[in-house]
Design a protein around this ligand. Sequence first.
Ligand SMILES: [Zn+2]
Length: 154
Amino acid sequence: MKCLVCHKEFVVGDWICEDNVSNHVVPEKTYRALDAPAEPGRPAEGSLMPIVRGRTVVCNIPPSKKHMQDGEVRMIGEGSVEFINGRFSTSNPELQYWLDKKPGYNATEEQWKNCWLSKDELLEEKRLELVAMTQRLENERNELLSQTKKRVNA
Ligand SMILES: [Zn+2]
């Protein structure tokens, strides 16, 4: 792994960046969980994101580390992350490392949508995709037309 801040190559466990305080930074990664609340906790169909429907705190990310203090071993630094609507994004390589190891937080965007979006929202998504696709086709056609015109005029 390579840090985006100090540009140093680093290995698992070697998380601390050049300031000796914060962790290295890597490209952001999004984690998705499929633990959407079931009806009737879900709001009425048609209410659109972003509405917070679910918050899940995942403990032990990162797990605690052994630390010597006054000749005693103490466990410190256990962290947790919060998934909102089944999503959590981070560019912290230590959090990514532990989340990668945990099952259940690596759902695809498609799986996440099917779990978290209402039927209306899924339809709205499809509609927006179609609108975008139509627009792209139209742009391509106009582009072709103007190319043809240029060729004719040349
Ligand atoms: Zn760094």
